[in-house]
Ligand binder design. Structure first.
Ligand code: LIP
Length: 271
């Protein structure tokens, strides 16, 4: 049993994670610049992994073992178990984009203490953007504070709706149709983590996905919360092992986007 986390413990991790994300981003960028070396493989329909994903996660695990030996790591590519001091990494979120030379991808690092996200960093080196948050400390983009949008009219809203083959595509298409019928502009860019940071930065008014994994959102959902977005209770139930639906919105548009997304129906049928 590790000793209780102190303020100094948390501060040390907060100070370390930005530099660590940048080091991982530099490694990913070397692979990104050499697409022929990626050896891209599929884990399922529209679900990809490259040598870069594996190399970035391996380097992260090496750095954490050296700097914070009592901490655990859960990663998309190498798995792991929960603990009361847990790092959650998606080495490259937006792998489908990464593997085609598209710049919309990021390194996602979250730190969860006793089951509650406390720190998060999203580093998108190809976009030259780094998002950081600490619970109770606000959220920043490249060191400057960011806030969720105050949009009140759904016909003025931009909403991203994530998709995967983990659920029937009809559920996704029905949600997209409802949002369009309400007058929203709907898009999908292929990185759930970055989509959540766009809500945090006020560049979009919502991000919904009917199922997403813990490593995709552990950092970015905290960033959205700290930027004043309203978010669902993703970190509940069996979230760490099985994922959950995710929703983050501009505060005034929560109700309309939640209903249009179909998440309430999905949760009612699951319970
Ligand atoms: C992706 C997520 C995206 C989801 C994809 C995939 P990856 O993460 O960011 O939101 O729709 O299915 O899970 O696989 O690129 O790390």
């Amino acid at each position: 049993m590790t000793s209780p986390l102190t303020e100094q413990d948390l501060a040390a991790r907060y100070l370390a994670m930005g530099g660590l994300a940048r080091e991982l981003g530099e490694l990913a960028m070397r692979w990104f610049a050499d697409q022929a070396s990626l050896n891209t493989q599929t884990k399922g329909a529209q679900d990809f992994v490259t040598e870069a994903d594996r190399a970035v996660e391996a380097l992260f695990r090496e750095r954490i073992a050296a700097a914070f030996p009592g901490d655990s790591v859960l990663g998309e590519e190498m798995g792991g178990d929960g603990s009361d001091r847990l790092w959650i990494i998606d080495p490259i979120d937006g792998t489908a984009n990464f593997a085609r030379g598209d710049r919309i991808w990021c390194v996602s690092l979250g730190f969860v203490a006793n089951g509650r996200p406390e720190l998060g960093v999203i580093h998108a080196p190809a976009l030259d953007e780094t998002y950081l948050a600490r619970r109770g400390g606000g959220a920043t983009l490249n060191g400057k504070p960011i806030r969720a949008a105050q949009t009140r009219d759904i016909t003025q809203a931009v909403v991203e709706f994530g998709w995967s083959t983990r659920l029937p595509t009809k559920l996704y298409l029905d949600g997209v149709a409802r949002l369009y019928e309400l007058g929203a502009h709907v898009k999908r860019a292929g990185s759930g983590a970055l989509a959540l940071t766009q809500v945090a930065a006020g560049r979009s008014d919502g991000y919904a996905e009917l199922h997403i994994n813990a490593w995709d959102v552990a950092a970015a959902l905290l960033i959205a919360q700290e930027a004043g977005a309203r978010t669902n209770d993703f970190f509940s139930g069996d979230w760490l092992a099985s994922g959950n639906p995710v929703l983050a919105t501009a505060p005034y548009l929560w109700d309309v986007i939640l209903e249009a997304s179909g998440i309430p129906d999905l949760l009612r049928k699951a319970n």
